[in-house]
Every structure is written in C-alpha cells, then in structure tokens.
Design a protein around this ligand. Structure first.
Ligand code: PHE
Length: 346
C-alpha cells in the first residue's frame, strides 16, 4: 500500500458516496448511505484503516485527504436532506389543498319539543310574578301524594286519581304534581312562590285527550294575608299572557281535598270564542286547571301554622295548554316521537 493507491481509493470513495447521496430518494435511504460511508464500520473508516501500512511521513497527508472527503460527504448529505424535506412538504401541501369553492355541509338544527316550549312559556309568565321553579320526584310516597294532602287511605276522593303503584310498598307514580307542595313547604320558609312542573301518571285508558302519562305544572303561594282574590288576579293575568289580551275567564266551584274552597278555572274556548264547538263540548269554555286555597291541614303537614299563613295552589295541565296553543287535536302526538309532527315546531 502506498500513498497514491490510498488517495486514489479515497477519491473513488468520495465520488461513489456523492453519487449514492444524490440517488437517495427518501430520508431512510439517505440515512442508510450515511451509515454505509461515514459510519463506525463504514467505507471511509475501512479505507483509512490502510493508513497504518504507510510510511510515517505520508500519514498526515492521507489523514488530511480523508478529512476533506468526510467534510464533502457531510455537506452533500446536509444538502440532500434539505431537498428531501422540501419535496416531502411540497407533496403534503399538494395533497392537502382545500377546495374553498366546495359547498358547505348542511347544518341540521333541532328544535325544542312543544311541551318543553309550553313549559318554558308557563314558567316565564309566572316568573314575572316572582314564581321560582322547583322539581319533585316522579316516584312519590303515598304519604306525600295522598295523606299529607288530606287524603287518608280509603278516602273516597282517591277515586279521582287512578293510581299506578310500584313494587316498593308505600310508593307510587305520582298522580299529580301536588305532593311538590309538601316538599316545598317543608324546605322553604314563607313567603313561598313556587312552580313545580313535571310528569304525572294515571291508570287511564289512552285516547285523544287522555294519556297514562301527562304533564302538570303546580303553583303554590304561601304568605301572610294571601287571599282568593290574589289567585283570581294571578290566573287571569296568566290567561291573558298565554291566550291573548281580553280572553274571558271564570271560576267554577270545584272539589279537591287539599284546597278549601276549590275551583276549576276556565278560559273561553280559543277555537270558537265562546260560540260552542266540539273542542269545548259546546260549552264555550275550556277548563285549564284546578285550584283553591291551601287547606289548613295541608299547611300544617307542610310544617306551617295555618293561623299565621294562608296560601293558594293550582295544578295546570301542560298538555292541555299546549293543545290550545298549537291547535293540536290529539294528545298522543306529544309522546310518539314522530319527526314529521315535531319538526313543525322548529
Ligand atoms: N292536583 C290536582 C289534580 O291533579 C289539581 C290541583 C292542584 C287542584 C292544586 C287544586 C290545587 O287534579
């Protein structure tokens, strides 16, 4: 081995290396070329291994050539690396272009269920009079659904509510939202102005105007000096807000064990304006709720002193209100989840 042979080999190696670098078409291939030529067991190391066979004076010269070859290869590697990166980026940009002229995807917006809308409207109207929304449980105790409301076991008034019982003794599906009155009285000190919307259940044959599940909104006001006139004024204001100004209303005597006196509250039929039609059974009036002054026994069961406090309560049929509001003739539509029906309210 002499100086000329070794430097010839180095220059062959340099040329081969540069060709390999330029031919590398991916970062992985380039990495492999680097290892093959400049790695710890690479070509350059191998050729320079021959340096030991040279006479000592020639060695520095070969060392210098070797370094120049290494630097040339490293510089070429770096350039090629950049080229590959740029090419990859260009390819990605070309692949990912966004066609801004494409039409957008249609955006389907939902709408609130008519019963929810009606519930909100009811809460909004009574909210203007300071009523606050509470909620009671759907599975209720017999004690609160009946007994605390002045309806002991075997009381004939239980026939007013055909009850669905659950497997747990003493519990049932609430037949009205009135047990909420007890919940609120036991938890809140007067003055009370509470609104209790919710689902109720009765063992009823289902038809166009009856469901075994339906919705009510209970109202309860308790304070010192509350009178029937307050109830009358509030309900009339509600009817005006819900069905339009000037809508005639009336109280009829009614009966509930938990109110005394009790009334039924009618609004003039919104379909025929009092003339008489099938919707109002030719009476000209529609009953939208039951109400009355809270019975002293109920106040006491709620933990309040009836000598000091008076109150009124009302129970309003949400489905009934929604039917009148939207002109729907079958209550069953509300719970059938038929989109063709529901989409009309969006
Ligand atoms: N809870 C009664 C019903 O479901 C309605 C009502 C509520 C009557 C409050 C008077 C007072 O029929």
């Amino acid at each position: 081995m002499d100086l000329d042979t070794l430097s010839a080999r180095l220059s062959t190696l340099e040329q081969a290396g540069l060709d390999a670098i330029r031919a590398a078409s991916s970062p992985e291939a380039l990495e492999a070329v680097q290892v093959a030529y400049l790695g710890r067991r690479g070509e350059l190391k191998t050729v320079l291994g021959g340096i030991g066979a040279l006479p000592a004076p020639d060695r520095p010269q070969v060392g210098a050539i070797g370094n120049a070859v290494r630097e040339a290869l490293e510089a070429a590697l770096e350039i090629r690396r950049r080229e590959l990166q740029t090419a990859a980026l260009d390819a990605r940009l070309a692949r990912e272009t966004v066609d801004v002229t494409l039409p957008g995807r249609p955006f389907r917006s939902g709408s609130l269920h008519p019963l929810i809308e009606t519930n909100r409207e009811i809460a909004r109207i009574f909210g203007q009079f300071g009523f606050v929304v509470y909620e009671g449980p759907e599975v209720e105790s017999d004690a609160r659904n009946f007994q605390a409301l002045n309806i002991p076991p075997d009381h004939p008034a239980r026939d007013l509510w055909d009850t669905l019982y659950v497997d747990v003794p003493g519990y049932l599906l609430r037949t009205h939202t009135s047990p909420g009155q007890i919940h609120v009285m036991q938890q809140t000190a007067p003055p009370i102005r509470a609104l209790l919307p919710g689902r109720c259940f009765r063992y009823e044959a289902v038809d166009a105007s009856h469901g075994f599940e339906f919705f009510q909104v209970e109202g309860l006001m308790v304070d010192e000096g509350t009178t029937m006139a307050d109830l009358r004024g509030l309900l009339d204001a509600f009817a005006q807000a819900m069905f339009g100004r000037g809508r005639p209303t009336r109280f009829r005597p009614g009966y509930y064990p938990f109110t005394e006196p009790s009334v039924a509250f009618d609004v003039q039929c919104v379909v025929c304006n009092g003339v008489g039609c099938p919707s109002c059974k030719r009476t000209g009036w529609m009953t939208i709720l039951g109400a009355g002054m809270v019975h002293p026994v109920v106040l006491r069961n709620g933990g309040l002193d009836p000598e000091r406090y008076q109150g009124f309560a009302f129970g309003l049929g949400t489905d009934r209100i929604a039917i009148l509001r939207y002109g729907i003739d079958d209550i069953r539509m509300f719970l059938e989840n038929d989109l063709r029906f529901l989409e009309q309210f969006s």
